[in-house]
Design a protein around this ligand. Structure first.
Ligand code: CU
Length: 165
């Protein structure tokens, strides 16, 4: 009898210990989540992403996205990638005589509480070595990485659009 009540007490202790462990784990998760939330505030948010349908037979195209910085300090986009592209470069358009031509940039600065629009005729992403043909209506994933090491991703819709638009 005393043995079984001792076993019951051990069992109660084991259950209590498990409950504490759960509480500790939950606290650790909540505590751990807090810095992540702060980081999220200093990460850019992406919207309106789209990819120009490539010229048939070509494995290069451009992508556009609005990058907003909700943080109180400026941030810099230092690299970009896309699931369908071998490499992605960040480009700007520069005037050369009376022609506009593309030129790679090392980074894109997004001001504090501000935004930068990557759009036709301006800053854009250049997707090289496309792994498959892209058609209007397809969806690709585009990711941007900041100098602080934060990477944000967004879905970008493939759209047919005439050059220069
Ligand atoms: Cu370009």
């Amino acid at each position: 009898m005393s043995n079984s009540s001792a076993a019951a007490r051990d069992n109660t202790i084991a259950v209590a210990a498990r409950a504490w462990l759960v509480i500790i784990v939950v606290f650790a998760m909540v505590a751990g989540a807090r810095p992540a939330t702060l980081n999220a505030q200093t990460s850019p948010s992406l919207s309106g992403a789209w990819v120009r349908e490539p010229v048939p037979g070509r494995d290069v195209t451009a992508a556009y996205v609005v990058v907003e910085n909700p943080g109180a300090t400026e941030l810099r986009i230092v690299s970009a990638s896309a699931d369908v592209a071998g490499t992605v470069e960040m480009h700007e358009m520069v005037r050369s005589g009376d022609m506009m031509k593309m030129s790679p940039v090392k980074s894109i600065t997004v001001p504090a509480k501000g935004k930068v629009e990557l759009k036709p005729g301006g800053l854009h992403l250049m997707l090289f070595s496309l792994k498959k043909p892209l058609k209007d209506g397809d969806s690709v994933e585009v990711a941007l990485t900041t100098d602080a090491g934060a990477t944000v991703k967004t879905k970008a819709a493939v759209k047919k659009a005439p050059m220069g638009q």
